[in-house]
Design a protein. Structure first.
Length: 68
């Protein structure tokens, strides 16, 4: 997994997007990992696995329910 600082992610957003399409990218703020950016394909794969293991409730549905 590649790692970028939040400042670098902001200043090189296009690079972040291109990199995240190939592999997840960890974003650090003050030296601490705070988020991971990943491709939609990887997200859907993970959300599908989550739905299978949680009896059908997908991550996306849970987020929509919370209003996010």
């Amino acid at each position: 997994m590649k790692t970028m600082s939040a400042k670098d992610a902001k200043n090189a957003f296009g690079l972040l997007l291109n990199t995240a399409r190939a592999e997840p990218v960890s974003i650090e703020k003050h030296g601490r990992r705070v988020v991971v950016v990943l491709s939609i394909e990887e997200y859907e794969r993970l959300a599908g696995e989550s739905a299978k293991s949680s009896g059908g409730a997908s991550t996306e549905a849970a987020l929509k329910k919370k209003g996010k």
